[in-house]
Write a protein that binds this ligand. Structure first.
Ligand code: NAP
Ligand code: GDD
Length: 327
């Protein structure tokens, strides 16, 4: 019997890591996930598959740990999803955000190179790199204009991934992913903040929702679809970079309208604008052109805006324990 392929995931406790781990287990991989030591449990999103995973401690800030993990595990595929991924927070802790998002990527790539591991490498690049976008929609050729420390760090990570591909012949790819959401989305991102508020309002536990800029437009897809796309990128014959998106833009206001009206509520009765949630520099409009991924990987999103909003509202209508919150 052929040995199982080994995958190594940073960021396995996050939204995307949990979906990717499920996909890889379904496909017969031995899945290694790097977790950070925490004083309280932070594995709610992967508790249902805990027994099937090999969890190892590490941190993208810790280069020697990266080397040791690559040397001992010797994975076939590496998915680098770990990051301080909140754009607003990156203005508060810019150095840390860039240390993990940018230098962390370099540490991991260099550990693979130094340890001579012959694996395929996926970098979680972001549509935030387009920032003040030069064209609409954005594709793999659109120039970057990052608007936050988070995005500037992701631009470095994108280029160092390409550099290791060009310089050392590594199979290293960038998935340039537009926003993707799910019932497992972190509660401080705008979509989940809204759908959790809808649930709490319906249960009589909340009577207002404080938000920032309602005019920003995003291209929101479903996280599991995007992790399917990430896996396909590493199965292609040649390494390349791909945009994953839905091609539809909607404003935060439209998301509010859709989520509240689905629950029989009027968002205007609850939403207060709070300057605390504005950003020093905003990204006004992101919408992606995924035709390259469609043509070369046969990838297409299966869930569109309306269905995504409803899926999240349906999930958040139910009262859940902390452990169930992400499932
Ligand atoms: P997420 O839910 O915020 O998860 C982030 C993950 O990174 C968590 O597992 C977190 O671990 C881990 N992490 C944080 N700091 C770390 C460190 N110092 N060392 C190692 N791991 C660390 O993010 P996500 O939505 O799943 O996104 C996954 C990746 O895709 C991120 O790199 C993000 O920037 C990128 N991305 C996301 C989107 C999107 O719309 N979701 C779009 C484009 C790109 P803890 O649980 O211990 O905090
Ligand atoms: N988080 C948040 N909270 N955003 C708000 C709020 C609020 O109360 N009110 C309005 N917004 C607006 C933000 O200003 C932004 O324009 C938009 O809602 C989306 O914000 P987020 O949901 O925080 O996501 P993001 O687009 O900044 O970043 C996400 O997507 C990127 C891909 O484009 C993150 O997942 C990043 O990690 C990812 O790279």
């Amino acid at each position: 019997m052929a040995a199982k392929r080994k995958a190594f995931i940073t960021g396995i406790t996050g939204q995307d890591g949990s979906y990717l781990a499920e996909i890889l287990l379904e496909r017969g991989y031995e899945v290694y996930g790097m977790i950070r030591r925490s004083s309280s449990f932070n594995t709610a999103r992967i508790d249902h598959i805990f027994g099937e995973l090999e969890l190892v401690f590490g941190d993208l800030a810790d280069g020697s740990a990266m080397n040791q993990l690559m040397r001992t595990i010797r994975p076939d595929e590496v998915y680098n999803l770990g990051a301080q991924s909140h754009v607003r927070v990156s203005f508060d802790i810019p150095e840390y955000t860039v240390d993990i998002g940018a230098l962390g990527t370099l540490r991991l790539l260099d550990a693979i190179r130094e340890e001579g591991v012959r694996c395929r490498f996926y970098q979680a690049s972001s549509s935030e790199m387009f920032g003040q976008a030069r064209e609409v929609p954005q594709n793999e050729e659109t120039p970057f204009h990052p608007r936050s420390p988070y995005a500037a760090g992701k631009v470095f990570a994108y280029w160092i991934t390409r550099n290791y591909r060009e310089a050392y012949g590594m199979y290293a790819v960038n998935g340039i992913l537009f926003n993707h959401e799910s019932p497992r989305r972190g509660p401080t991102f705008v979509t989940r903040k809204i759908t959790r508020a809808v649930g709490a309002i319906l249960r009589g536990e909340q009577d207002e929702l404080r938000l920032g800029n309602l005019d920003a437009k995003r291209d929101w897809g479903y996280a599991r679809d995007y992790m399917e796309g990430a896996w396909r990128m590493l199965q292609a014959e040649e390494p390349d970079d791909y945009v994953l998106a839905t091609g539809e833009a909607h404003s935060v206001r439209e998301f509010l309208e859709e989520a509240f009206s689905y629950a029989g509520l009027d968002w205007r009765d609850y939403v207060k604008i709070d300057p605390r949630y504005f950003r020093p520099a905003e990204v006004d409009l992101l919408v992606g052109d995924y035709s390259k991924a469609k043509q070369k990987l046969g990838w297409e999103p299966t869930v569109r805006f309306h269905e995504l909003v409803r899926m999240m509202v349906d999930h958040d209508r139910e009262r859940r324990t902390t452990e169930e919150h992400y499932l």
